[in-house]
Design a protein around this ligand. Structure first.
Ligand SMILES: Cc1cc2nc3c(=O)[nH]c(=O)nc-3n(C[C@H](O)[C@H](O)[C@H](O)COP(=O)(O)OP(=O)(O)OC[C@H]3O[C@@H](n4cnc5c(N)ncnc54)[C@H](O)[C@@H]3O)c2cc1C
Length: 293
């Protein structure tokens, strides 16, 4: 890929729509676990350090980017990941098998300590979920990217942020980084009350936790998140609202349709991203068909 031809944007983003700042280089970072922190029974923060963070990390506020994380093979322990060569190619190294990678949101970057934090759902299966369950200080991972900083617009009076626990790191960043003076309404679907986290920010925040174990699911709705959204009294002036939604792909389809067709938000006012797909291992969000209709 010729990165010179990719779009560049430097903020603040007052354009009213998402903007991409493709970074000059895609960087591979070989990192090791410094420590883990159990945020809730099913959510674990993994804090990474390493010499490859010595030059910093492209963390941009209100830009909940993701990185591509390469995991060791659960049986062989081989950590296969590509490394850039002087000719620009990216052959795999570390073993003969296929690389195993998943996307994770950059939850935090501390420029003082040079620590990068990713938050993992401990969902009980999958290479990444199981790796996080067992992660210990000293464990190694490869982190590629981010490829771009995708900057949310900063000139809306009202933000709607919704999703399931995979989106929690992105939603938490929207809540903590939305401009002061704006209003954030968040709907976050989690397993039960024990999974709630403390989330605050300079904006005026209206946070709704949707407990999957007890929240109602309306007739014909695919998730309690959809039911909660449909019951919400949205701002009378729909042009004042920017919406971000992420989580399980199929559950998000009716949510996207509701935002676009029933609430009347324009394509620029809505970002919906399928972060995983029930029953599909290693789902690639670029294959998501959420925007197809
Ligand atoms: C841009 C982006 C950012 C993301 N950020 C985060 C993040 O910050 N934190 C985070 O935890 N996840 C995040 N995800 C989601 C994460 O990449 C997926 O959940 C991924 O599938 C986990 O990999 P795995 O190896 O554990 O499971 P896989 O091997 O991919 O899947 C195995 C099985 O588990 C199911 N499964 C996958 N994820 C879940 C889940 N959360 N709950 C229940 N079942 C599941 C699959 O449907 C499949 O049946 C992000 C995804 C994208 C695209």
């Amino acid at each position: 890929m010729n990165r010179d031809k990719l779009p560049r944007f430097t903020g603040p983003n007052l354009t009213g729509e998402l903007q991409f700042n493709y970074l000059d280089r895609l960087i591979r970072r070989d990192l090791r676990v410094a420590r883990t922190e159990d945020i809730t029974p099913r959510y674990r923060r993994v804090v990474f350090v390493g010499d490859d963070l010595a030059d910093g990390f492209p963390y941009v506020p209100f830009s909940p980017d993701h990185v591509r994380v390469f995991f060791p093979h659960p049986k062989t322990g081989e950590l296969v990941a590509p490394r850039e060569q002087p000719d620009g190619s990216w052959p795999n190294e570390g073993g003969t098998g296929d690389p195993i990678h998943r996307d994770y949101t950059v939850r935090a970057w501390d420029p003082e300590t040079r620590e990068l934090s990713l938050d993992f759902v401990l969902h009980g299966h999958g290479v990444a979920g199981r790796w996080a369950q067992r992660a210990q200080a000293g464990d190694l991972l490869v982190v590629n990217g981010p490829s771009s900083n995708w900057r949310l617009p900063e000139n809306y009076p009202h933000y709607l942020a919704l999703g399931d626990e995979t989106a929690l790191p992105a939603l938490a960043r929207i809540i903590s980084e939305a401009p002061a003076g704006s209003h954030v309404t968040a709907f976050i679907e989690i397993a039960d009350a024990g999974e709630q986290q403390k989330l605050t920010g300079p904006a005026d925040v209206d946070l709704h936790w949707i407990h999957r174990d007890s929240a109602p699911v309306g007739d014909g709705h695919l998730s309690p998140l959809e039911t909660a959204l449909r019951a919400w009294q949205s701002p009378a002036d729909s042009s004042s609202l920017f919406a971000f939604a992420a989580g399980e792909t199929n559950s998000l389809k009716p949510i996207r349709r509701y935002l676009r067709n029933e609430m009347g938000l324009t394509v620029d006012q809505v970002v919906v991203d399928g972060y995983w797909k029930r029953g599909v291992g290693g789902f690639d969000h670029h294959d998501s068909d959420i925007d197809d209709d």
